[in-house]
Design a protein around this ligand. Structure first.
Ligand SMILES: CC(C)(COP(=O)(O)OP(=O)(O)OC[C@H]1O[C@@H](n2cnc3c(N)ncnc32)[C@H](O)[C@@H]1OP(=O)(O)O)[C@@H](O)C(=O)NCCC(=O)NCCS
Length: 174
C-alpha cells in the first residue's frame, strides 16, 4: 500500500519525493532494517541469532511503515538513482483486550533527523492504532537515549516507570 505523504508542515519535503509505504514481506522488512542499521541507538537486534527471529516476528505480528526518498533520474546518463529508505516504524496494534499498541522500533536515518520524519512516523502509528480501536500507544526507551526522550516528550508521551535498569516505559493516550 502506498500513501501520498502530506507535506504541509515541512517545507523541506516535496510530496513527489517522499512517500510512505507499508511493508508486509520479510525480505523488504529485512532490507529496510539493514539500510537503517547505522542510525539506531541500540543495535542489539542486529546480533547473530537475534535479527532473523526479530524480522520474522515483526513480519508476522507488527505493522511496519517506511518513508522512502524517491530519487530522480540522472539527467546526463538518464539512469535512475536507487531509492533510499530514510525512516521506519514497527508497532503492534493487536491487543484487543487491553487496547494497547506498542512501538517496537522507530528510527530515522542520521542525516534526515530533525526534519519532522520521526513525528510523521509516530502519526502513522497513532492513526493506524486508533483505527484498530487501541487507546494507548506505548514504548520502551533507553534511559541514556536523551535525543529520543526529548523527542517523545515533545510529542506528548509521558514517562511512566522503569522497565529494567536500562529502560523506561512511556506512553500516550490516543
Ligand atoms: C528519535 C528519532 C526517531 C526522532 O526522529 P526525528 O525525525 O529526528 O524527529 P522529528 O524531526 O520528527 O522531531 C519531532 C519533534 O521532536 C523534536 N526533537 C527531535 N529530536 C530532538 C532532540 N534530540 N532534542 C530535542 N527535541 C527533539 C523536534 O525538534 C521536533 O519538534 P518541533 O516540531 O517543535 O521542531 C530519531 O532521532 C532517531 O531515529 N534516533 C535514533 C534511533 C532511536 O533512538 N530511536 C528511538 C528508540 S526508542
Amino acid at each position: 500500500m502506498i500513501l501520498k505523504y502530506n507535506t504541509t508542515k515541512m517545507n523541506i519535503i516535496n510530496s513527489k519525493q517522499f512517500i510512505v509505504c507499508q511493508l508486509n514481506n520479510i525480505d523488504e522488512i529485512t532490507q529496510a532494517f539493514l539500510e537503517l542499521k547505522e542510525s539506531h541507538f541500540d543495535r542489539t537486534i542486529y546480533e547473530e541469532g537475534v535479527f532473523n527471529a526479530f524480522t520474522k516476528k515483526i513480519t508476522q505480528f507488527a505493522n511496519t511503515y517506511v518513508i522512502i526518498h524517491k530519487k530522480n533520474k540522472d539527467k546526463e546518463t538518464n539512469s535512475l538513482y536507487k531509492d533510499e529508505t530514510i525512516g521506519l516504524i514497527s508497532f503492534y496494534a493487536n491487543d484487543e483486550e487491553k487496547k494497547y499498541a506498542f512501538i517496537t522500533m522507530i528510527v530515522v536515518k542520521n542525516i534526515w533527523q530533525k526534519h519532522g520524519f520521526g513525528e510523521k512516523l509516530i502519526e502513522i502509528a497513532k492513526s493506524n492504532s486508533m483505527k484498530k480501536g487501541m487507546k494507548t500507544l506505548g514504548l520502551w526507551v533507553h534511559k541514556e537515549n536523551n535525543n529520543a526522550r526529548s523527542f517523545y516528550k515533545k510529542l506528548g508521551f509521558i514517562e511512566q516507570e522503569e522497565v529494567n535498569e536500562k529502560q523506561i516505559y512511556l506512553n500516550l493516550s490516543i
